[in-house]
Each structure stands twice: as C-alpha cells, then as structure tokens.
Design a binder for this molecule. Structure first.
Ligand code: FMN
Length: 440
C-alpha cells in the first residue's frame, strides 16, 4: 500500500474538528528515514510532531498490548469498532517466519486499513533476519515496528537470545534496532521488562535504555513494569507474580528526558490510564483488560483520553458490523483452504463483549453449543444473542467512565536514586572525548 494512501486513510479517520486544528503536515523524524505523514494527531497528542527545528517523537497515549493468539486480525477489527484512536499492536511475529514465508506474507502481515494506527511487533535474535523482516513488513505500511524484549516464554526464550533474554545484551538490541530502523520508513520501539532474573536493579535497566538510545534510532520504550523470571514461572505467572514497580518507570521519565516511555502492566481501567498520564506517563499500554473487557476498557478511550464526544454506538451495532466482516472473511476462502479461519477463531474476541452484564453466563453457554453447528457468524449471533437483554445490547457508552481504584499514588518517595551511567557508557564517553581532543 502506498504511504500516501495510508496517510490519506488516516486523515479520513479524523473528525472534522481534528482536521481543522491539525491539518496534515509532513514530519521529519529523528532519522532521515523517518519522514512520514502524521495525520494521526488528535487534539492533544501527536505521535510525532514538529517542534522548532527538531522533530519530537510522542508515543501513542493509549495502546492495546501485543498478545499472542489474542490480538489477531479479528480482535483488532472488534477493537477498532469500539475505539477509533487506540493504537493496536499485533501479536508478535517471529522474524524468521516473515523471512521464510516471503511468498505467503499476507497470512502473517496483512490487515485492513481501518486498523491504523497499528504497530507490528517482531521477535528474533538474528540481525540479518530482523533486517529482512523489517524490509518485507515495510510494504504493509505499519505505523511503527516494535521489537519484543519482554517475552519470558520458554518456547521463545529457549531459542537462543530472544524475547526477555535480549535484555542481557543491550548492545545487540541497539544493533537490532539500528538494523530494523534502516530497513523501514517508520519509528521503531522496544518493549521490555524492568529486568530479568537477578539483573533487576534500576541502574541495569537504565544501562539497557541508555545503550539502545545512544547507539540506535530507537526513542520509544514500552516498559512492562515487572521483571521476568526465565526459569520456574510460566508466561502467565510471569505476568502476575513478579511485583509491579511503577517507580522504575517514573525514574526513567526523570533520567531520560529525551526518550519516550510507555507504561504497561496491571492497568485495568481508564481511570488508571488517566492517573498514570497525570503522573507524567507519555503513553499507557493496556493488555489483558482490553481483551477481557473490551467494551468498558476501549469504549472510553476516545472520549476520556482523546477528548472526542462519545460515539453513541451500541454493542448491537458493533456486532452487526463485526458480523459483516467475519462472514466476508469466511466467504473469501474455499472450504479446503489452509488459511481459512475457523468460526471459533472469528468468534473468540466477541466472547468478552458482555463482561459482567446480565445474560453473560447464558450467552457463553449458548455460544459453546452454537459453535458446534453454526457455519456463519450471522447464524451464530441469531442463535446466541437471545440470551442478552435488549437493554444491554442497545445501551450506548455515556460520557463519564466507570470509576475504579486508581493505584497511581505519588511516586516521589519510592523513586530510585538518579541513574549513574555504567562503565560502558563512561568508557564510550572517554573515547569520544579522546577523539575530540585528537582532532583539536
Ligand atoms: C495471552 C497473552 C499473550 C501475550 N503475548 C505477548 C507478545 O506476543 N508480545 C509481548 O510483548 N507481550 C505479550 N504479552 C504481554 C502483554 O503485552 C503485556 O505486556 C502484559 O499482559 C502486561 O500488561 P497487562 O497487565 O495490561 O495485561 C502477552 C500477554 C498475554 C496475556
């Protein structure tokens, strides 16, 4: 897809108000490669914007986390029907998959234009393959490419230096980010933990960030604010057991004023997103809550965070649109096509749409039964939606989101001591000073 076409599409998703206040402008990013339209700007937030001579990079205010088997095309289609402004991350796609499936790339990389703004997350530890993957993915016009440095899964971490294990080798990550950036036209970012195993001090986290920010064009880090334990915990436990240390995140904001950070981990409602931002967070990423309760989590993003009027859309309307999408996907493939998704895969993201609502339990039981015989999403919905009262199906989101415990106290007392740069950084500074002296 041509870049200008993607930019025009993005422009068309803005409301007239936003078009008026932020007419489309060409923005020069922090590397020569980063020239792109930033019509994604909303009233308060540019992903990147011109500031005097130098372009500044701003991460999205709100994003939905990359989640394997969850944030697939079907989920992202549903999410976009609920929020026009949330940034959507793909599931992680392994660089080798992209490289080895170069003839079948649509299966892994294609998405509909409505899904912009969208970020591709890749995983890998081979520089050549990461570079090739970025080059191949570039043709799909993602809005950013992200490298996974946080996944503790045995399946991933066992394949050499991959996922969270990459945090042990910041120099490699810097090389990887440089390789990815020089093979694509969009900003690049890293998603990482605050530490791995016993490499979990604040200073070590800063060394990681400092090395990458000083040796590569990466200026955006998504910080899942708990460490990863590579042995003994399942991926699920690794998302629950290591304690959240938001103070590390806020320490990074203080110690790296030129770098942008998105906070992630344990944020479950829009009140908390708002509170994190009021504390200074550049961006907030939400994972499980956006999947397990999409209506309440994503439904308030546009109005509460981006200052848009409530969309007034109901779940019945969302489902009608989703059904058209899902049945058209089914219709695209012949019955024996290996790429044809099952009806179960298509329906999966819908199953949380009535979280905590009257009729939810019955709807799930009916869904289970219907999945055994329905061949279209239309028939699935006809058979199951009788379980949900009309008052739920037709209710719309109203201004003012439900409140929850915000959990973002003032971190003043907890902040780690300011970063002291590591031996590596001090050595490289010495080398630079020596070189400067030699030249004078
Ligand atoms: C089912 C599932 C799959 C995940 N897959 C990925 C992944 O592919 N890449 C990644 O960086 N993080 C992955 N994560 C971690 C999330 O992106 C996020 O960092 C984590 O869930 C913490 O955020 P939360 O507390 O808002 O859920 C996954 C999480 C879940 C629940």
């Amino acid at each position: 897809m041509a870049k200008s076409a993607a930019a025009n599409h993005l422009l068309s998703t803005l409301t007239p108000l936003h078009r008026h206040t932020h007419t489309c402008s060409i923005v020069h990013g922090f590397s020569q490669k980063f020239k792109r339209f930033h019509c994604l700007a909303t009233k308060h937030n540019f992903h990147s914007k011109v500031s005097g001579e130098r372009a500044q990079y701003f991460p999205p205010w709100f994003s939905v986390a990359p989640m394997m088997d969850w944030t697939d095309n079907h989920y992202r289609t549903l999410a976009r029907l609920i929020s026009k402004h949330a940034w959507l991350y793909t599931e992680m796609v392994v660089a080798e998959t992209i490289v080895h499936q170069a003839d079948n790339l649509d299966r892994f990389l294609a998405f509909s234009p409505e899904q912009h703004p969208i970020v591709l997350q890749i995983g890998g530890s081979n520089l050549e393959n990461l570079a090739k993957a970025a080059r191949l993915a570039n043709a799909y016009s993602y809005d950013e490419i992200n490298l996974n440095c946080g996944c503790p899964s045995g399946k991933v971490a066992g394949h050499g230096c991959f996922g969270a294990r990459l945090m042990f080798d910041p120099k490699f990550v810097a090389d990887a980010m440089a390789a990815i950036a020089s093979n694509c036209d969009v900003p690049v970012s890293v998603k990482c933990r605050i530490g791995v195993d016993d490499r979990d001090s604040y200073n070590e986290l800063c060394d990681f960030v400092d090395t990458i920010a000083s040796l590569s064009p990466c200026r955006h880090f998504i910080i899942h604010a708990r460490k990863a334990l590579l042995n003994g915990l399942s991926p699920d436990q690794n998302r629950k057991i290591p304690p959240l240390k938001y103070e590390y995140y806020y320490g990074l904001l203080r110690d790296f004023p030129e770098t942008r950070f998105t906070i992630n981990g344990g944020i479950t409602c829009i009140d908390q997103v708002d509170a994190a931002r009021r504390q200074g967070a550049h961006g907030v990423m939400v994972g499980r809550a956006a999947y397990n309760n999409p209506w309440s989590t994503l439904g308030y993003v546009d109005s509460a965070l981006y200052g848009m009027p409530c969309s007034g859309v109901s779940r019945r309307q969302v489902l009608e649109k989703f059904q058209v999408y899902a049945d058209s996907v089914l219709g695209k493939y012949g019955p024996k096509s290996p790429n044809k998704p099952s009806i179960r895969q298509l329906i999966k993201p819908l199953l949380h749409l009535f979280h905590s609502e009257p009729g939810n339990g019955l709807w799930k039981r009916k869904a289970d039964a219907a999945l055994r015989n329905c061949t279209t999403v239309k028939s699935f919905l006809e058979e199951t939606l009788v379980a949900i009262p009309d008052s739920v199906l037709d209710s719309t989101l109203v201004q003012g989101q439900p409140t929850c415990e915000n959990g973002f106290a003032n971190f003043g007392d907890l902040l780690p001591p300011p970063y002291r740069s590591s031996t590596y950084q001090r050595q490289s500074l010495c080398v630079k000073e020596l070189a400067a002296n030699c030249l004078t």
